[in-house]
Design a protein. Structure first.
Length: 318
């Protein structure tokens, strides 16, 4: 059955009063958060997200993609130019980035499109062999999830994504990154049914927080300094991107809010893996790894630590 909530009038679809225009999680202002102490007394947690994506040359009819990432020559078929730029990330950029992540001993979370895992398993195995966390990331970069698709279709999409990754990963995938931050009004409920423990689709906070869905935690994933948002969409020069992410890291580190600050850094090989950009990733990581008392970890470990901390505080308050 198709989700028709998007077609409802605003007087029905949205509500008045306090809180959000949805019921996924409550509004909790910064001053009302529980204190979270990161391992070893670290001032902040730091998560790096390495996105492995596949852009289809001829996606299925009715597929939805982010129009901001269209081809330089407009929308046409076959768009070999845009397709090839994305494939440069898989053929070249990914391998350059591996070397830099290894250089600084970074342990990222790796959101993976199911089609990439099917077509290029060597890339996924390189991450698994390093002990990196694999997370769900839909089917492809050209198949976003929105309320324009039916509920059975969305459930099938999530199931296919998770099953494909579990087959190559060898264990259950516990995190979810919607393609280009996309969700329908039913996504949270479906993900909870599949046993997902965290979601990283809401760039609305610097700390983890609970949702209303079977213990799913929202993990920070900042779009404001996402590499594709800044360089592909807003056309920032790569040296300015370096400055932006380092300035964000420095501020969050010095603020070190007791609610448990998480710095995030998103990496897309098709963009940062280019020859004229790769050195700015190197320089950014060199700067960030120079800070002391930083817990560089993956999103699943942040989720587990946050959940355990809240559980202990709840017990102590009883």
């Amino acid at each position: 059955m198709k989700d028709n909530s998007a077609n409802l009038s605003q007087t029905i679809r949205y509500r008045s009063g306090s809180g959000y225009d949805h019921n996924h999680f409550p509004f909790v202002p910064l001053k009302e958060r529980p204190n979270i102490i990161w391992p070893n007394g670290s001032k902040i947690a730091w998560c790096v997200y390495l996105f492995l994506e596949y852009l289809e040359l001829d996606p299925p009819e009715g597929s939805i993609r982010d129009p901001r990432y269209g081809g330089a020559l407009g929308s046409h078929f076959p768009d070999y130019l845009n397709y090839s730029v994305r494939e440069h990330g898989n053929r070249i950029g990914f391998w350059r980035i591996l070397d830099i992540l290894d250089k600084y001993n970074i342990k990222p979370t790796v959101p993976v499109n199911a089609m990439l895992a099917d077509r290029y398993p060597r890339m996924v195995h390189e991450c698994i062999d390093r002990g990196w966390e694999i997370a769900g990331h839909g089917i492809s970069a050209t198949q976003m999830i929105t309320s324009d698709i039916s509920l059975p279709k969305e459930k099938e999409t999530i199931a296919k994504s998770l099953e494909t990754l579990q087959k190559i990963y060898g264990k259950k995938v516990k995190g979810w990154f919607g393609q280009d931050y996309s969700q329908s009004t039913s996504t949270f409920k479906l993900l909870s049914e599949f046993g997902i423990e965290y979601v990283a689709d809401f760039p609305n906070d610097d700390s983890p927080y609970a949702t209303n869905y079977n213990g799913i935690i929202c993990i920070p994933n900042q779009s404001e300094w996402d590499d594709t948002q800044l360089m592909a969409v807003r056309r920032l020069m790569p040296w300015r991107w370096r400055d932006v992410v380092c300035e964000a890291f420095d501020y969050l580190y010095n603020e070190a809010h007791p609610s448990g600050t998480v710095m995030t850094l998103s990496i897309h090989p098709w963009l940062l893996g280019q020859a004229h950009r790769i050195k700015y990733l190197d320089e950014s990581l060199k700067k960030m790894t120079s800070y002391k008392e930083v817990w560089q970890t993956n999103a699943l470990e942040v989720t587990a630590h946050y959940r355990n901390s809240c559980t202990k505080q709840s017990v102590n308050n009883d």
